[in-house]
Design a protein. Structure first.
Length: 141
């Protein structure tokens, strides 16, 4: 099952994130999924709400996005991936205009699966301060 779970994670990024197809999230995520993202005030509950949040916080925010995987940790029901996203902004990020600006970030993303092979929880950890610096929003020494 764990090899199939890793394949599901990679397909999610290929089709839903990089491919910008939020309608396909139901193929990988359980109806009652809980998603924790640093750019959302509270956990996202349910696949319908997740589709909406994915559109708002990823698909509409970035003109283009490409994901590469650096490391994968696979257990029976948990997949952890260390990945890099390269993207070009298309509107705003935390209220700042980022249209046309390039940004690259790494993330650790944790996925927990149920016995049916669907993702029931996703936790995204990333360095938003470094992203803000690249986008010219903040400066630090």
């Amino acid at each position: 099952m764990s090899a199939k779970n890793l394949e599901a994670v990679k397909k999610y990024f290929k089709y839903c994130v990089d491919g910008k197809d939020a309608e396909r999230v139901h193929e990988y995520f359980d109806a009652d999924v809980i998603v924790h993202r640093p750019d959302c005030d509270a956990p996202i509950r349910g696949v319908s709400n997740f589709k909406r949040a994915l559109r708002e916080h990823v698909l509409e925010r970035y003109e283009s996005i490409t994901t590469t995987f650096s490391k994968e940790i696979v257990t029976d029901d948990v997949i952890v991936v260390h990945l890099t996203h390269q993207a070009r902004g298309s509107n705003t990020w935390h209220g700042f205009d980022v249209q046309g600006k390039d940004v690259t970030w790494t993330a650790l993303t944790y996925f927990r699966f149920n016995d049916s092979g669907k993702i029931v929880e996703e936790i995204v950890e990333r360095n938003e301060l470094f992203m803000a610096r690249q986008l010219g929003i903040v400066e630090y020494i």
